[in-house]
Design a protein around this ligand. Sequence first.
Ligand code: FAD
Length: 633
Amino acid sequence: SENIERHEYDVVVIGAGGAGLRAAIEARAQGKRTAIISKSLFGKAHTVMAEGGCAAAMGNVNSNDNWMVHYRDTMRGGKFLNNWRMAELHAKEAPDRVWELETYGALFDRTPDGKISQRNFGGHTYPRLAHVGDRTGLELIRTLQQKIVSLQQEDFAETGDYESNIRVFHECTITELFKADGKIAGAFAYYRSTGQFVRFDAPAVVLATGGVGKSYQVTSNSWEYTGDGHALALRAGATLINMEFLQFHPTGMVWPPSVKGILVTESVRGDGGILKNSDGKRFMFDYIPDVFKEQYATTPEEGDRWYDDPDNNRRPPELLPRDEVARAINSEVKAGRGTPHGGVFLDIASRRSKEEILKRLPSMYHQFKELADVDITAEPMEVGPTCHYVMGGVEVDPDTAMSIVPGLFSAGECSGGMHGSNRLGGNSLSDLLVFGRRAGAGASEYVDALGGERPAVLVDDVAEAEQRALLPFSNATEGGENPFVVHQELQKTMNDLVGIIRKADEMELALKALEDIATRTRTVSVEGARVFNPGWHLALDLRNMLLVSLCVAKAALERQESRGGHTRDDYPVMDSDWRHVLLQLSALGEDNVELVRKEQVPMRPELFDLFELDELKKYYTGEELGGHRADSA
Ligand code: FAD
């Protein structure tokens, strides 16, 4: 066993996306010595790729907007399966978090009268997304990083050491969490470049590792998103919820093959883009589900008028929630009305002037020009669904972001509950800020409450973590498989058998295949040294992807209805009896999971009363509706 580098902190934040950085800023603000650990380079996280904007009911563009409207939209988007307390906190606190970013130095696009501008997005009743062109995530990350640097400068002035209270460890991947006496005690990691191990002793850990997309073949997610936080939480004894709900974004690039899955922002539709099939038909009008009939235009003329006069017209169906649009595209392609490369057409060229497109969608223009040689100001794009976002994640207390494991917190995409069965666009960036801050505060309070009684990392656990990490090297002598081969098989299994449209027999096949993949994952082998060895890194990630995939497949098989990001071919309708049921997963040994059904906590009465009884009837059982204001009146 080597002499392992060791650090002690009050709070260790795993992940340097929006959620992790906001959590770290809060923990430092509350006087905690904080480490930020990031698998990729500092500044390279999904958050930086977010294009459309950050949803917050500031009411700058339409003064009718307020937190209650945002709350209702979020619950509708999630088909009322959301953790309502999280949705409430999110809707109430998002505007303050956006304002606060400007105090850190962010500069959002402006309305003519100088307010923060807000744009339309699917499922949001009013223009609500604060944005910076189509590079909002970049500004968010830039500002949070700048804030961290400014805090480090304050610390330097006081202590003579920039890193005395907040330090970033980048290209450093956490592979294990440590516990002692049932509580969090620290974490174990390796540096990507050297392969050296490092241990962090800390009583509080915040998981902010983002998504799980790399378990799928076609995804908008990049290499880091292997569900590490989800798997670390499970192994530490925490629970996951909502794992059956994955968001397939309706518009990913479909061509050329090397870029398949890369995201085409929803802003293209928010700014007027429309979807057409190979017959040239604007098909979304055929796909407005009953629950949304009243809110969406029934003719192209009305839909087009809405952009300029939203108070007197209904929005076009291209702006339905993402799950609806993704399914519609899937159906058109299946029916043989797809484009040459198996997608549908997304047309902004015939709808907006070249100048407007270049101003509002500069990144999209460059993305298509460079990657596909398509000029989006002159011709339509070809797009199709891509695995984009996981609604499921660590089950946490809504107010403190703590999981059931004392000292283990989670925020951002890695946590579950807030978005229910489907997330609205723009609600992630605001989620990161609201719950990142809450996780940082929750962790700080927890550390304070512990006082001097910090759980000590056990020496044996460190040795075990080290051995576990080195396993792929020792497997080499036993002729184990190449991790890249096993990964491809996992991705194909999930894509083909637990994808956008699901069937019981296919998911049973997937679970069988995953059993086999589990055995093969346990014995994957890598060669060479520990110095920058991508095969080794993947071997370690694979263990996490497998566990997460098992959760998705098991939960998806269990839920016998279609809702949000979970569509069953064999149970095509939404079933009110399933609305209040959460599927909760916990780890069962090294590579298995256990699923139990759990009742959702009923919504607080005054929040329940924010909805019309007629709307609730579409989602709730008769029994649950008792006590509504309209019912008791
Ligand atoms: P991330 O930003 O994903 O960061 C995760 C961090 O964890 C990274 O630093 C990573 O290196 C680190 N990490 C992971 N595993 C480990 C490990 N084992 N050890 C150490 N570090 C680890 N949402 C919106 O609201 N609006 C949008 O316009 C929007 N556009 C998007 C466009 C694209 C192309 C994509 C992919 C997503 C978009 N989203 C958007 C979704 C949103 O960007 C993400 O959900 C959100 O940024 C996730 O933030 P996060 O802080 O939870 O994690």
